[in-house]
Design a protein around this ligand. Structure first.
Ligand code: GLU
Length: 371
């Protein structure tokens, strides 16, 4: 299978749409354009894909709501515009998707949310739950408290972090350029579109330049975002949002834009990323049944015989076999004192024992690396 075929077939996509693709020249929302995006995404859903959107457009809509014709310079006014406009953005997406019987969900995130372990895990389980409910999460930076997007157009990075978070297969960054060129196409008639490359290829950042050349369209940020997405095994496609039915054509393996692939096998990359991410805070001793079970599925509390360490929910713990040998590592869903209470017990008893239930698994299989 070619990389394009793999991309077309892949299941979980994070689609990043910049303000220019859903607003009228930056002035308020272009409802027709949004309708067209919703149509394509609904079709992708029918094809069995899981979609998470990362969308800007709040500032532009906020300005339109306030009747401002010029973009203010003051950061606090831009933040206020984002808060005002976010209402319109999600309202419009919800009604566009409603026609296709699809619910949307608003998720506002900051980069810090994803570097804090506890919040990382919370965001992760919320997004997974939304996907399992068939909803389309629509993510934007939380501009009230963070201003990276306003300053640097950094929803590209946010999209990559979200791809890491939900272990997406692909990030589709839609922009106003065709993709990454080998030279600045504005000054070089012979500039050619790079159709595909490894995300880690150092040449890419060279050709993207910095602020001056292609960098001013944010190509550098996009390439850096692709590298970040590749860490958890996701491929990134940078393509023009002006292409008709671009998303559906990508799903049909058409060669559009620039495809930036991870270096190694996605699953191996993903697990390695997980294993390297955090330090081990504790350990769980498993019985023989659990050691066998985790070869194929999640770790349940029933298979744990003893607990050591003072870990929190979201920490990495070691899983030991009956001889004390480390057989796996993973992100645990309950803190040490809670695992002490639920160890050896069926998942159906967790709610009774703790007074609440987060996940039925102690370590979900996606968060478990076998050693
Ligand atoms: N996140 C913001 C938005 O959705 C920022 C975009 C901008 O700076 O215009 O509008």
């Amino acid at each position: 299978m070619t990389d394009r075929e793999k991309l077309g077939k892949s299941k979980r996509w994070v689609i990043k749409i910049g303000s220019s693709l859903i607003t009228n020249e930056g002035q308020g929302l272009d409802t027709k354009a949004m309708q067209a995006w919703a149509e394509q995404i609904a079709e992708l859903r029918n094809q069995g894909k899981e979609i998470i959107m990362v969308s800007s457009g709040a500032v532009a809509e906020g300005m339109a709501r306030m009747g401002w014709t010029k973009r203010p310079h003051e950061l606090h006014k831009l933040q206020a515009a984002a808060a005002l406009g976010q209402m319109g953005l999600v309202q419009q997406f919800e009604s566009c998707f409603k026609k296709h019987d699809i619910h949307t969900a608003q998720v506002l995130l900051t980069h810090e949310d994803l570097s804090d372990r506890q919040r990382y895990l919370n965001a992760r389980s919320t997004l997974r739950t939304l996907l399992s409910l068939g909803a389309i999460p629509i993510i934007n930076e939380n501009d009230t408290v963070a201003t990276d997007e306003i300053r640097f157009g950094d929803n590209d990075t946010l999209a990559a972090l979200v791809a890491n978070l939900v272990e997406a297969d692909a990030v589709i960054i839609l922009t106003d350029q065709q993709g990454v060129f080998d030279k600045d196409p504005r000054n070089n008639k012979d500039a050619e579109l790079i159709s595909s490359s490894h995300a880690s290829d150092p040449k890419l950042l060279e050709v993207a330049g910095d602020g001056g050349s292609l960098g001013c369209g944010g190509m550098r940020t996009k390439i850096t975002a692709a590298r970040r997405a590749a860490r958890s095994g996701a491929a990134t496609l940078i393509a023009s949002g002006a292409e008709k039915e671009v998303l559906l054509r990508v799903a049909r393996n058409e060669t559009l834009g620039t495809l930036l692939t991870p270096d190694s096998d996605p699953i191996a990359t993903r697990k390695q990323w997980l294993a390297n991410q955090l330090t081990v805070r504790g350990s769980l001793q498993l019985d023989a049944g659990a050691c066998r079970a985790i070869q194929k599925s999640s770790l349940l509390a029933v298979g744990v015989t003893s607990v050591s360490g003072t870990f929190q929910r979201g920490d990495v713990v070691s899983c030991l076999d009956i001889d004390g040998k480390e057989v796996a590592r993973g992100l645990v869903n309950y803190q040490a004192s809670e695992v002490e209470l639920i160890k050896g017990k069926a998942s159906s008893e967790i709610e009774n024992l703790l007074g609440y239930i987060d996940e039925p698994e102690l370590i979900h299989r996606d968060n478990l690396v076998l050693l």
